[in-house]
Design a binder for this molecule. Structure first.
Ligand code: ZN
Length: 308
């Protein structure tokens, strides 16, 4: 059976250089693709992930500097969690302290230890010490020692007014099973190594808004275009309004709004990030899709440097 779970999560950042430094140097993720927003090529689209850029590890950002600061809201993905081996807690506590990152005191949720923190734009992140991560390879190419590296997403937390319809969608169409509940927090899981957890918190009001430091959308995996077609057909049958299939160069995408208003995407695993870059070079050069390549000169002139 196909592996189901989160494919990627896309959020909004401010300063692209600050974003690049935080995710590659503080969290030690690999830059797996530097490209532009295909609908607005004056803005970067930065992809971070594991060594191979596997689905379930990919966090992407649009650094839209002119946008207002966002705040967590109902109808948003309000937290993104990363999976780290269970023996790495002391390393991460020391590392985040050395990097002057404020953290929440470690706590336990659904049997796993968690450290909460925020990215430079206030996006809420969690490092989860997860036994699954102990069985997955780390990465040697970044600033974090291999054994302590983030392996991929643990999962994401959705804030909703009522979890039931979103929960049904996860269970009936996206391969998740409800496995636990604690007060107003509902846990859904798949079998995947990465990105296998969605938590929904029932929350009436958060008084938030979209903007920098908020999640733009969350994508779920389809094994290939056939499976994507099947999932989409079933969703349409249930009354969801879906976009056409969009070519995102590294995957094919279809978008729709889930019942609580969050933008969901169904993204194919293939072709992946090595389609236009060698595995050892991932994320080093500015890559453009064929239809933007003729504008490369102007696009490069507009984009700021990511490293000093
Ligand atoms: Zn996407």
């Amino acid at each position: 059976m196909a592996t189901r779970g989160i494919h990627h999560i896309t959020a909004v950042a401010g300063d692209p250089k600050q974003n690049y430094e935080f995710y590659t140097q503080v969290l030690g993720l690999r830059s797996v693709k530097k490209t532009v927003n295909f609908d607005d090529p004056s803005v970067y689209h930065l992809y971070y992930g594991n060594e191979h850029g596997d689905p379930g590890t990919i966090l992407t950002f649009f650094p839209w500097e002119h946008l207002q600061d966002g705040k967590p809201d109902v109808g948003q993905v309000v937290a993104i969690s990363f999976s780290v081996p269970t023996g790495s807690k002391n390393f991460w506590l020391n590392h985040l302290q050395n990097q002057n990152i404020d953290i929440e005191a470690p706590f336990s949720r659904f049997g796993k230890e968690v450290i909460g923190l925020q990215d430079p734009n206030g996006l809420h992140l969690e490092i989860v010490f997860d036994p699954k991560a102990n069985t997955v390879d780390g990465w040697d190419g970044g600033p974090i020692p291999n054994e302590h590296t983030i392996r991929g997403f643990h999962g994401a937390t959705l804030a909703e007014r009522n979890y039931t319809k979103t929960g049904q969608l996860l269970e009936e169409h996206l391969g998740f099973n409800k496995t636990n509940q604690l007060d107003n927090r509902h846990l859904y899981e798949t079998e995947a190594d990465f990105g296998s957890v969605i938590e929904i918190i029932d929350q009436f009001d958060l008084n938030g808004r979209d903007g920098k430091g908020t999640v733009h959308h969350i994508a779920f995996r389809a094994e290939n275009e056939d499976e994507q077609f099947d999932i989409c057909q079933q969703l349409e049958y249930k009354g969801y309004y879906l976009t056409e299939v969009k070519d995102r160069q590294y995957f094919k995408s279809v978008y729709f709004h889930e019942p609580g208003g969050i933008l969901f995407e169904i993204a194919t695993d293939p072709p992946g990030f090595t389609t236009d870059e060698d595995p050892e070079e991932l994320g080093t050069a500015l890559k453009l899709p064929p239809w933007l390549e003729t504008h490369r000169h102007n696009i490069e002139r507009e984009l700021p440097e990511l490293t000093s």
